[in-house]
Design a protein around this ligand. Structure first.
Ligand SMILES: [Zn+2]
Length: 358
């Protein structure tokens, strides 16, 4: 398969890691040790990553972590990202691991172009303590415009984490935003007010750039039942700006239906494919039951560990090949159709959506 566009990823830790730290960064669990990596995501990392560090696939954790320490975080990171086969990274900068590696360096390691995706809530939180309630809305607009003028290609919302996806279809009024900003500015910077979360999301919609929306599973900060993308249907139906439903699992079938029903809705398989490991082909098949093929997007959602770039990319290539082998054996599509499907899913759909150069 050609090089992939990773349309949603994050920075990695620029430091050596002990076993417990590595384990806790490898899963979405609240507290993890190496024994928690006896799971699909652990198997996926041990399957795909050791060869990049000159070890056989499925090397044990002690062997792998010793070799990683011997090479050092920078050489290990360079090898893992280079082996992922990525041509473009869209790095979401709203969450940073400790001692984060700069996006430009990730791009050098991967041999890939890099663009930023701006987290809307982070833009708002950066204004806390610098504006008054009446000035918040205009200050947010200016701050977001400045970030986009600096070259960002999309925006991201974590309203699923902070409130849930049952988002009213109406933009909040100026009076509602001012009142809510007054309450927020009197407390901590973390943005959890539902009116302000809606406001920044709709400001994102107003940019016309693709809006990435966290849906489905994540870490335990999230109320999973409120992260079902089907809850966002009234919001999705109320505008025509492209929306990318990130992750989706275990609601991948709901996400596929939303993509079928609304031509501006896209689905992303990142994080899910990495975490499902050997089960990824089955779940990938569910993603594509209803979703039109030009609305499918690949990402790794790699965060903190460069291993998650390689496990995500290699796992995706493998799962997609498995899926298509079955379809081709069943004469469900032609080889040219299969080639088009792969090219679009892995890169072409993202290139068109984010207007990236070839
Ligand atoms: Zn992410």
């Amino acid at each position: 398969m050609e090089l992939l566009i990773d349309q949603h990823c994050h920075s990695v830790v620029g430091a050596d890691l002990d076993a417990d730290r590595f384990a806790s960064l490898c899963t979405e669990a609240a507290h993890a040790t190496l024994s928690n990596l006896d799971s699909q995501v652990g198997l996926a990392v041990r399957r795909w990553c050791p060869p990049a560090l000159d070890l056989p696939p499925h090397a044990s954790w002690p062997e792998y972590l010793d070799r990683r320490a011997e090479l050092g975080w920078a050489e290990a990171g360079r090898r893992l990202l280079r082996a992922a086969g990525l041509c473009t990274l869209l790095v979401e900068t709203g969450i940073q691991p400790p001692e984060a590696v700069a996006p430009a360096r990730l791009g050098e390691w991967a041999g890939a172009g890099v663009h930023e995706v701006v987290r809307l809530e982070q833009v708002a939180e950066s204004l806390h303590g610098t504006v008054d309630a009446a000035g918040f809305a205009a200050a947010f607009e200016r701050a977001l415009a400045a970030r986009l003028a600096a070259g960002a290609v999309g925006v991201k919302s974590i309203i699923a984490y902070r409130w849930g996806l049952a988002i009213p279809a109406q933009r909040p009024s100026t009076a509602e935003v001012t009142r809510a900003a007054g309450g927020w500015l009197a407390g901590p910077a973390r943005l959890t007010d539902p009116v302000l979360l809606r406001f920044v999301l709709w400001q994102g919609v107003a940019t016309g750039l693709p809006v990435q929306l966290h849906t489905g599973f994540g870490d335990p900060d999230l109320a999973l039942a409120g992260a079902d993308p089907a809850l966002a249907q009234p919001f999705l139906a109320a505008h025509r700006t492209p929306v990318v439903l990130l992750h989706c699992y275990p609601y991948q079938r709901q996400a596929g239906w939303l993509a079928l029903a609304y031509p501006h809705v896209f689905v992303d398989v990142g994080l899910t494919v990495t975490n499902l490991g050997a089960r990824a082909p089955a779940v990938l098949a569910e993603f594509v039951e209803l979703a039109p093929f030009d609305r499918l997007l690949f990402s790794t959602d790699a965060y903190a560990l460069p291993e998650l770039y390689l496990a995500g990319a290699a796992g995706f290539r493998h799962a997609l090949a498995r899926l298509l082998d079955g379809w081709l054996a069943d004469a469900a599509l032609s080889r040219p159709d299969a080639a088009r499907f792969v090219e679009g899913f892995g890169a072409g759909n993202a290139r068109r959506l984010y207007r990236l150069a070839d």
